[in-house]
Design a protein around this ligand. Structure first.
Ligand SMILES: [Zn+2]
Length: 455
């Protein structure tokens, strides 16, 4: 959303609050041509092809065969490796593919014997700042009702052929056009048996001290029909983000209490950013922030990254279909069950892929986020001063946006362009939250940095 759009948003809100006023407002959307050209290439038919090919492996269960060419998780991993290696051809200077194996299972665990499982990771090395990394995740294993059954048909078309297809499409589009920062596309196994592949990658990232800007986990991003309530909607997408960080310690808790920042975790900021940028580049899509790390009693591959302190969210369809996910494929009384291709809405999948691609590109083109962003709370005033520093080791960017929102607003409402490293605004620090982001000449904004109170 542009500054203008934000300001119109405020005006619009004000108009709506007046009795009997018409709720009409205008929005201006400025898109970066490089991003809209890239998102214009995202194709429903190639997304569908990937899902179809994944389904053809009969099952991708974690304990399924790894010795057959056309069946099981081994064949699926080889297929992903081949698709990505084909993209690497001729792009070897910046595009690489790795198979990363890890041990899983053992007595007393959900996988009763020790096995070796593969993650497939494609790295598109950044051209300007390769140390900065954006991570996209999608698990490619599948399951059916009985999670110990490794031979039953488990097509996993939506869960999670859809997320895998989105990442393959993005890999394909970016393969010839590396971005300023590094993008890692992780195709993970072990999810259905306890987020094992993701846990392995998150611990590698932690051990090697990766500079990860954001982790976007795509898990089930193509179902647009709700079971039980029969809603059909492919215009809404959920982004789950943790409210209280999973890694919060005593010091962080004290800071949160001082700032009243329970709605401002780093992953909540990332979720807001995905809403702003994703909606900018995706027509007919409303992105809903869900104030939960994940659904009740269910997890996803972003969680091991959150647990290791990385900024991670889950992107997921708005409505789930419990007649399909993890169900045995069968027809009972004319009703179809099972996670088959028919449950994949390819237009919805196309839009959700665009959300990912536009967010990755916009973060990548943007200058580094500002550092040490503070709200001066040393005195009593109805004006507020917010100040910050350039990112460590970086020259001053073209400018910054101060972001402003009322304490009960879920999203930033105003963006005020600033040259320099501070601004005073006529808004009380008690009635508003503030954040700052860097911006370049072409309007690509960094992630938001929440402004903490400092005396
Ligand atoms: Zn899943």
């Amino acid at each position: 959303m542009t500054a203008t759009k934000q300001i119109y948003g405020i005006l619009c809100l004000a108009i709506m609050l007046l009795p009997a006023s018409p709720a009409i407002c205008q929005t201006t959307i400025n898109r970066d041509k490089r991003i809209s050209d890239a998102t214009g290439i995202v194709s429903s038919s190639s997304l569908k092809r990937t899902v179809e090919e994944l389904v053809s492996f009969h099952t991708r269960h974690n304990m399924s065969t790894q010795s057959k060419e056309d069946k099981g998780i081994g064949a699926a991993a080889a297929y992903l490796e081949k698709r990505l290696s084909d993209l690497a051809m001729g792009n070897e200077d910046h595009f690489s593919v790795r198979r990363i194996q890890y041990k899983a299972g053992g007595q007393g665990s959900r996988i009763p014997r020790v096995i070796t499982l593969p993650n497939i990771v494609a790295t598109i090395k950044g051209s300007l700042n390769p140390e900065a990394i954006i991570v996209l995740l999608a698990h490619f294993d599948s399951r059916t009702q009985d999670n110990s059954d490794s031979t039953a048909f488990a097509p996993g078309a939506n869960d999670n052929g859809s997320g895998v297809a989105a990442l393959i499409e993005i890999a394909s589009i970016l393969s010839n056009h590396p971005l300023p920062v590094t993008v890692k596309l992780m195709f993970l196994s072990g999810e259905e048996h306890g987020l094992l592949g993701a846990a392995h990658m998150a611990s590698v990232a932690k051990e090697e001290n990766w500079n990860i800007l954001a982790v976007l986990n795509n898990d089930m991003v193509s179902n647009s029909h709700s079971s039980d309530t029969d809603n059909r909607n492919n215009n809404m997408l959920r982004v789950f983000s943790e409210t209280i960080p999973l890694i919060e310690d005593e010091l962080m808790a004290r800071e949160r209490s001082f700032n009243s920042s329970e709605n401002d975790s780093q992953s909540r900021q990332l979720a807001r950013y995905i809403k702003e940028v994703g909606e900018r580049y995706t027509d007919n899509l409303l992105i809903k922030l869900i104030y939960r790390n994940d659904r009740f009693g269910r997890g996803g591959d972003h969680t091991p990254f959150s647990r290791n302190g990385f900024n991670a969210v889950r992107i997921c369809e708005y409505y789930e279909n419990y007649d399909r996910t993890h169900k045995v494929t069968e027809t009972i009384d004319g009703k179809e069950y099972g996670d088959v291709l028919e449950g994949v809405d390819t237009e919805y999948l196309r839009k959700n892929t665009i959300v990912n691609l536009s967010v990755v590109m916009n973060i990548s083109y943007a200058p580094a986020p500002p550092a040490e962003v503070y709200t001066d709370v040393s005195g009593l005033s109805n004006k507020t001063r917010v100040y910050w520093k350039n990112a460590t080791g970086c020259t001053e960017p073209y400018g910054y946006y101060l972001l402003v929102r009322e304490t009960d607003s879920p999203v930033w409402q105003k963006k005020i362009f600033v040259k320099g490293n501070e601004i005073e605004v006529p808004y009380s620090k008690d009635n508003y939250f503030f954040a700052v982001q860097s911006v370049n000449e072409t309007g690509n904004e960094s992630l938001y940095v929440f402004s903490k109170g400092k005396r």
